[in-house]
Design a protein around this ligand. Structure first.
Ligand code: NAD
Ligand code: WQD
Length: 351
């Protein structure tokens, strides 16, 4: 099996997928991008082209659950490998719309696998999540930590991992790399690409950025009474540029992978909510206002990766630190105070 040169990217207009497009275009790959823009906008891909200085490649607006449309994409192109980012990703959204989450995340995965199988494509990089570990912390979690998903989103990501493991166990021609991201944040250093959530951000870094730019009054710190060094919850933040660099390196290793391998993607270092507020305040040059609020239901005190497996396997490790993540997030927010232009959005369904 040879190293892939044409990569089909599902969810290529999303936060991580768009950065992956830049990374792969910069390294000479040919891309086929599939996205239904349910949580993104075509404008993102125009920005990808501006950064990369070349066309993204072929772009299809379609829902990955549309078996016929997806199959037609594989009919038209020779695909060497797939990077599968497309999914719904809000934990709270998944508790209110579990069926939609299973349908998109698990149904989307089986539809994709069927299309791949029908067209003899067997190399896949899958976006999994540290959420599969559930309440397994504290302490660095390695990949052998038993999965204990605690919400439908996490359960759907774990279900996809199990499907992939089953396929690989029974079909030796498959090569699958499952990357469990911890907390990807940050933005492209150009300030053209970043995270632009719809409505009120549910995650810490985009919320902080919107407070810093004046779109929101103050951050609520969910819980100051955790058994951690400063009482706030600890997470393992990883720069989105490191995250997508790992995907590019993964492509080099797919051809030599037999079956499925699972790797954590994190720094292997925990930062508390107060650490992140401090780092962001330094990045934007003024204190970001915050107040303490009750713990958020379902949150755990600490979730930190043992990130050594990927280093041992590929000799790769993330290089950017929390200051870099805050600096780049702030640059994106400063240059795009309202995120990607709202007028260009084509919402198709609720998150
Ligand atoms: P995102 O929502 O920004 O990107 C997902 C993209 O997929 C969007 O462009 C959306 O329009 C598209 N999409 C959604 N459903 C689709 C469908 N049915 N058909 C076609 N396209 C569809 O999310 P992200 O933060 O870039 O996350 C990418 C992947 O990484 C997801 O699989 C997510 O579960 C995983 N992940 C994300 C994080 C995180 O903190 N961002 C952490 C761990 C894992
Ligand atoms: C980080 C910390 C909050 C917002 C989520 C998903 C997980 C994965 C990564 C996809 C927590 C605190 C947050 C705020 C706060 N995604 N916080 N005030 O919850 O670690 O992980 O993203 O796979 O599945 O659950 O990330 O950014 O929401 O929160 O104090 O307004 O910041 O309590 O301790 P989380 P987060």
């Amino acid at each position: 099996m040879s190293a892939p040169t044409t990569v089909l990217i599902t969810g290529g207009a999303g936060f991580i997928g768009s950065h992956a497009c830049v990374e792969l275009l910069d390294h000479g790959y040919e891309l086929i991008v599939v996205d239904d823009y349910s949580n993104s906008t075509p404008q993102v891909l125009a920005r990808v082209e501006r950064i990369a200085g070349r066309f993204v490649g072929v772009v299809y607006e379609l829902d990955i659950r549309d078996r016929r449309a997806l199959s037609a994409v594989f009919d038209r192109h020779t695909v060497d490998a797939v990077m599968h980012f497309a999914s719904l990703k809000s934990v709270s959204g998944s508790t209110s719309m579990p069926i939609e989450y299973y349908d998109t995340n698990v149904g989307g995965m089986t539809t994709l696998l069927q299309a791949m199988q029908d067209h003899g494509v067997h190399q896949l990089v899958y976006s999994s999540s540290c959420s599969v570990y559930g309440e397994a912390g504290p302490g660095p979690l390695d990949e052998s930590t038993p999965a204990r998903p605690t919400n439908p989103y996490a359960a759907s990501k774990w279900a996809c991992e199990q499907i992939l493991a089953d396929v690989c166990r029974r079909r030796p021609e498959y090569s699958v790399l499952c990357l469990r991201y911890f907390n990807p944040v940050g933005a492209h250093p150009s300030g053209l690409l970043g995270e632009d959530p719809r409505g009120t951000p549910g995650n810490l870094m985009p919320y902080l950025a919107q407070v810093a730019i004046g779109r929101r009054e103050r951050l609520s710190v969910y819980g100051g009474d955790y058994p951690t060094r400063d009482g706030t919850a600890i997470r393992d933040y990883i720069h989105v540029m490191d995250t997508v660099e790992a995907h590019r390196v993964a492509l080099d290793h797919l051809a030599g992978t037999r079956g499925m391998r699972v790797y954590n993607l994190g720094l292997g270092q925990g930062s508390s909510v107060l650490d992140v507020i401090g780092a962001f305040s330094r990045a934007c040059g003024r204190p970001v206002p915050y107040e303490f609020a009750p713990r958020r239901p379902g949150d755990v005190a600490e979730l930190v990766a043992d990130a050594s497996a990927v280093r041992r396997a590929w000799g790769w490790r993330p290089l950017r630190d929390l200051a870099d993540m805050c600096r780049d997030t702030w640059r994106f927010q400063r240059l795009n105070p309202d995120g990607y232009a709202d007028s260009a959005r084509r919402p198709t369904r609720k998150q």
